[in-house]
Design a protein around this ligand. Structure first.
Ligand SMILES: Cc1cc2nc3c(=O)[nH]c(=O)nc-3n(C[C@H](O)[C@H](O)[C@H](O)COP(=O)(O)OP(=O)(O)OC[C@H]3O[C@@H](n4cnc5c(N)ncnc54)[C@H](O)[C@@H]3O)c2cc1C
Length: 394
């Protein structure tokens, strides 16, 4: 690669996950130019199966961004959630805080966001190799990358690091500046996608002596289910039959009887991690989404946090360009981190209540069950749960 092609934009966005695509969409609607650089291929990005629970506040942000039409039409609106512990069942009604959630796959949301980019003529630059951020602590940052045998230099005003946990953006903040906070859990989730009807209209979280399980869905005919597994679990050792057996064993008998076994379409193991980086700004570089934080999937906060980060960052960039105000950019890191830590708290708490930890004693199990009893017997506890779970708090 000898030739260098130079280009300029206002905001260079690294990563075309939900964060990067949504940021590009919001900036575009405000007349701000951006270029999205993505390491993977379009098919890979569109094929990823991940989150699926969209908070009410996220729905509103996506609606404002003009990408919620299909979600509002096809998404499943939920007004409660069920938590089971052995044979006990607790339903938590979101009505206690007048809230709701929408179940809509991240895969579908990514498709909607990608179509909006294509329609605007701002499709991501896929298969961008060796992306490197240069001069982020100056007023003239630049992104260098390779693509289709050509070396590219993209000059910009700002860089948005939307490249997930393993991306290059966070690593571009000097070690002496970046602080990270992390908890790695001693187990993972084995997840499957299958064309089989969900066992219930709402999500069912199960806390069981054998470990945690979750029955979620993507539609009335497609289920997304998980069981807690060892960190080193090998998908090859988990036949479909073994998965459905284990899921049923962790559910109350009546719910287990509703499991309709079907061949799985996707099966994968995800580790569980709580992680926060700070600051979220270094010079002209801003981190958003999984590049900045990770939550364990219990509580379904990852995608929603990313959407909130992007909403906040887009507003700050619009204030900069449209009104010459930099206050929101200056406040971005501190204010986003306050919101992020609250979501980390809830996700870590729910993880601790529902999972089987290796060293768990009978006292620990008693505490878990008491937490669940408290949720059903105390209106205050239930309201606090619903506020956190549905993302009602700003
Ligand atoms: C297996 C799995 C299951 C999940 N399940 C849930 C769930 O059930 N509920 C929930 O709420 N959340 C879940 N999450 C989390 C949720 O999917 C994420 O929070 C969400 O994807 C964050 O979006 P993002 O755009 O910030 O990051 P990502 O979706 O990770 O996107 C980052 C993008 O940046 C690209 N990239 C990385 N490095 C570079 C580079 N050097 N150059 C250019 N591009 C780069 C990546 O290819 C990727 O496309 C799950 C995550 C995983 C991994």
């Amino acid at each position: 690669m000898t030739r260098v092609q130079a280009a300029r934009t206002q905001v260079a966005i690294i990563g075309s996950g939900p964060s990067g695509l949504l940021l590009a969409q919001m900036l575009d609607r405000a007349g701000i130019a951006s270029v999205v650089l993505e390491r993977r291929s379009r098919d890979y990005v569109l094929g990823r199966v991940r989150a699926g629970v969209i908070e009410q506040g996220s729905v509103e942000i996506l609606r404002r961004a003009g990408v919620a039409e299909r979600m509002l039409r096809e998404g499943l609106r939920h007004e409660g959630v069920e938590i089971a512990a052995d044979e006990r069942r607790y339903r938590i009604d979101f009505g206690v805080a007048s809230a709701s959630l929408t179940v809509y796959g991240q895969t579908e949301l990514t498709k909607d966001l990608m179509e909006a980019r294509d329609a605007s003529g701002g499709s991501p630059q896929f298969e961008a190799e060796d992306v490197a951020l240069i001069g982020v602590d100056t007023t003239k940052p630049r992104v260098i990358y390779g693509r289709e045998g050509v070396r590219h230099a993209l000059d910009c005003d700002f860089i948005a690091g939307c490249d997930g946990f393993h991306g290059v953006s966070r690593q571009s903040i000097p070690a002496g500046v970046l602080k990270t906070h992390e908890r790695v859990y001693p187990f993972g989730w084995l997840g499957v996608l299958a064309d089989t009807p969900p066992i219930s209209r709402e999500l069912v979280y199960a806390s069981h002596e054998r470990g945690f399980a979750l029955c979620s869905m993507r539609s009335a005919a497609r289920s997304r289910c998980y069981v807690q597994c060892d960190l080193d679990a090998d998908v090859a050792q988990w036949s479909d039959e073994r998965f459905w057996d284990e899921l049923a064993a962790r559910l109350p008998a009546e719910l287990a009887s509703r499991v309709v076994r079907a061949p799985t379409i996707e099966k994968s193991v995800a580790p569980l991690r709580s992680f926060v980086a700070e600051p979220l700004r270094y010079g002209r570089l801003f981190l958003a989404g999984d590049a900045a934080h990770i939550v364990p999937p219990t509580g379904a906060k990852g995608l929603n946090l990313a959407i909130r980060d992007v909403d906040q960052l887009a507003a700050a960039l619009v204030a900069h360009y449209a009104e010459g105000r930099d206050g929101l950019l200056d406040e971005y890191s501190a204010s986003a981190l306050r919101r992020i830590w609250r979501a980390e708290r809830f996700s870590a708490w729910l993880t601790s209540v529902l999972h089987r930890f290796p060293e768990r004693t009978s006292f620990d199990r008693g505490m878990q069950l008491a937490e669940l009893e408290n949720l059903t017997s105390s209106t205050a506890a239930r309201t606090a749960f619903v506020e956190a779970y549905t993302g009602l708090l700003p």
